[in-house]
Design a protein around this ligand. Sequence first.
Ligand code: CDP
Ligand code: CDP
Length: 224
Amino acid sequence: MNKKISIAIDGPAAAGKSTIAKIVAEACHYIYVDTGAMYRALTYKALQQSVSITNEQDLFTLLMETEIELQPSEQGQLVFVDGQNVTSDIRTHDVTNSVSEVAKHRLIREEMVRRQQLFAESGGVVMDGRDIGTHVLPNAEVKIFMIASVEERAERRHQENIKKGFQSDIEQLKREIAMRDKLDSEREVSPLRKAEDAIEIDTTSLTIQQVVNRIMSLVQERTR
Ligand code: CDP
Ligand code: CDP
């Protein structure tokens, strides 16, 4: 595999994007960029500092004074906000239920996209999110739109919660996932949607390995 390409993976919550993106990035020796973590990082800081998540200008001011770093590690990708490790803080229920409100603002998206494009400048990147194939990397050589039924996605998050010893209510998870899908797909600025040239993979009844294999064969085709 000589040519370094860009791989864009979009789709709704818990479709399997980050799990698969990490494996594909490792296999290709590419960098992995979890763009959702960037929106989560800003949301975390806004909640911490009581900045209103509905006030676009205040959020933008906050973002411009915020350094967000993504660092690969043995335990997966670490996320730092202004030098502080917030990897687990950005996955809390409060952040998860506020992040789509933060991510809908035009000024926030423009700045996030600018930062994400810098990460991808030299190629050799796997990036996952909601608008990667449509806006962030419109020229990506491989574009995947990953979906799964809402029942399966809620079940996956439920299993993750159980493993971590957290309380979990599958019906509530289903409602929250459906609400985030709705906010992400119906927002005015770069909503979640499949790019015209993206390949859709329904992961509902596929194993992680099956999804990885499918993407790797596309990567091999496009790097020849
Ligand atoms: O991991 P999960 O699918 O739960 O979500 P995530 O990828 O961490 O993204 C969290 C939220 O950030 C999404 O629900 C979107 O509101 C927003 N997001 C976005 O708007 N655009 C992106 N490129 C990535 C995430
Ligand atoms: O990044 P995104 O929110 O799209 O999903 P994820 O966090 O990568 O995946 C959610 C969960 O589904 C993880 O626990 C994966 O192990 C699991 N998964 C699965 O069971 N089967 C797949 N084909 C893909 C992911």
